[in-house]
Design a protein around this ligand. Structure first.
Ligand SMILES: NC(=O)c1ccc[n+]([C@@H]2O[C@H](COP(=O)([O-])OP(=O)(O)OC[C@H]3O[C@@H](n4cnc5c(N)ncnc54)[C@H](O)[C@@H]3O)[C@@H](O)[C@H]2O)c1
Length: 276
């Protein structure tokens, strides 16, 4: 369902991006800089976020901060800095930072579940809460929350990741309803496999063999570049989409989850096995 909602422009407005040191967040920073957006970038990787900022060239106004999105106080402090600095009204708040853990439910590390939920779900809710007052006061702007295809279909060995991405989807759908009539929009993004560092950076208590197998199938599967993913997300937001599927695999899994919800995880597991 590609519901279109009218909204304020993105280009030329201040954009906030979490997880901007790498992958999709970094590609989005470069893309929005090229579209005239002042950028407020956050990442737990301090050197990485500084490097992204430096790569944008001298012309782009940029604020780069080391922020752990799992730390609500740090996200609130970041938002206060951004609002004081922003040379243009806020256009997009991209809650993108994310991590995964490769493990079995039966013998995985519970603290890895917490790490994934703290980053992927609590990080999103902290980002939304920190910037919403400003967006509501402006009566414009778009909150873009990063889910995944694994927020449409659960996947073996990434139970916490799937749970966190289903949570982002539900949270964003609920938020969208609450924002009706405010001028502020909420968008959820479900990418398929994108060639980034996410699996390389995973915590892997499933053991080295399982982690290597997961990395292998991801490398084979992930054909889409972060730049193409960023282009697709940017275009979807500008067009007023409320739900953005990124990649042919995301479109296919979305259909599968609707027509055969009870079988969707089996089909996905078979496809991942075949990709190894
Ligand atoms: N790559 C894919 O195939 C894919 C598919 C679907 C969804 N996603 C989602 O896209 C988002 C971006 O991931 P990516 O693929 O670009 O991976 P990536 O690993 O290249 O980038 C993720 C960035 O988030 C940062 N980060 C991690 N924990 C953080 C924290 N606590 N606070 C602040 N920053 C933190 C990392 O340092 C890194 O720079 C994630 O939410 C991921 O779940 C990725």
């Amino acid at each position: 369902v590609r519901r279109r909602v009218g909204g304020a422009p993105i280009d030329g407005r201040t954009a906030v991006i979490t997880g901007a040191a790498s992958g999709i967040g970094q590609a989005m920073a470069r893309r929005l800089a090229a579209h005239g957006c002042p950028l407020a970038l956050a990442d737990v990787d301090a050197a990485g976020v500084r490097a992204t900022a430096a790569s944008l060239g001298a012309g782009a106004p940029v604020l780069a901060r080391a922020v752990d999105v799992g730390d609500r106080d740090a996200v609130r402090a970041f938002a206060a800095d951004v609002v004081a600095w922003a040379p243009a009204p806020l256009g997009m708040v991209f809650n993108n930072a994310g991590v995964t853990a490769l493990q079995r439910v039966a013998d995985g590390a519970p603290e890895d579940d917490d790490w994934v939920m703290d980053t992927n779900f609590r990080g999103v809710s902290a980002g939304v809460r920190a910037f919403l007052p400003t967006l509501l006061a402006q009566r414009s702007g778009v909150v873009v929350n990063m889910s995944s295809v694994f927020g449409l279909v659960g996947v073996a060995h990434q139970s916490a990741y799937s749970a966190s991405k289903f949570a982002v989807r539900g949270y964003t759908d609920a938020l969208r309803q609450e924002l009706r009539g405010t001028g502020v929009r909420a968008v959820v993004v479900h990418p398929g496999a994108v060639r980034t560092a996410i699996v390389r950076n995973a915590r892997a208590s499933a053991g080295e063999q399982a982690a290597a197998a997961a990395a292998r199938s991801f490398e084979r599967w992930a054909r889409l570049t972060p730049e193409r993913a960023a282009r697709h997300i940017h275009a979807g937001v500008v067009r007023g989409r409320s739900r953005i599927l990124v990649g042919a695999d995301a479109v296919a899994l979305d259909v599968l989850a609707r027509v055969a919800p009870a079988r969707a995880s089996d089909v996905l597991a078979a496809a991942l096995r075949a990709a190894r």
